[in-house]
Design a protein around this ligand. Structure first.
Ligand code: TYD
Length: 142
């Protein structure tokens, strides 16, 4: 099974004044309307975050400064993606367990999200995630 997440390269506008990256709705790497923006920063050395999946939410993650590892798990296979380049964006689709590890000092991770914050969209334990993912994969009704 191919991973349901993807990493894409964002176009950079560079000139003698520096660099600019624009993320605009309708582009292939942003297959949703942005309803929320948040960013994670000030993460202490060795601290991990995330450890959840979303039932509906789609997110685009960009390390605009520094870097972090994102572990993605579809209930079957695990992948580790290093985000350490402001021109790379990781699309995290629904039903992808994700964890964030190994934050470099000073990291700022920008996240564009398809919906407002909704705690009921979260699956917060790996066991529940595996169970829900299995139901979706088999089409079974729990
Ligand atoms: P949390 O989901 O624990 O962060 P992470 O996924 O990085 O581990 O969120 C931390 C706190 O921030 C928690 O109290 C919920 C709150 N929060 C919001 O209020 N709005 C948001 O958009 C997000 C992502 C979190």
């Amino acid at each position: 099974m191919s991973p349901p997440w993807s990493v894409c390269r964002l176009e950079t506008h560079s000139d003698g004044r520096g660099r600019l990256v624009a993320v605009e709705a309708g582009e292939p790497h942003l297959p949703f309307e942005i309803r929320r923006v948040y960013y994670i920063y000030g993460v202490p050395a060795g601290q991990a975050r995330g450890f959840h999946a979303h039932r509906q939410l789609q997110q685009l993650m960009i390390a605009v400064s520094g870097g972090l590892d994102v572990i993605l798990d579809d209930g079957d296979k695990r992948h580790r993606v290093r985000l350490d380049d402001p021109t790379r964006a990781l699309l995290v689709p629904p039903m992808a367990w994700h964890e964030m590890h190994d934050f470099a000092p000073g990291t700022v991770c920008l996240v564009l999200a398809s919906a407002p914050y909704d705690e009921s969209d979260y699956i917060r334990t790996y066991e529940s995630f595996r169970a829900e993912a299995a139901v979706l994969a088999t089409g079974a009704v729990s």
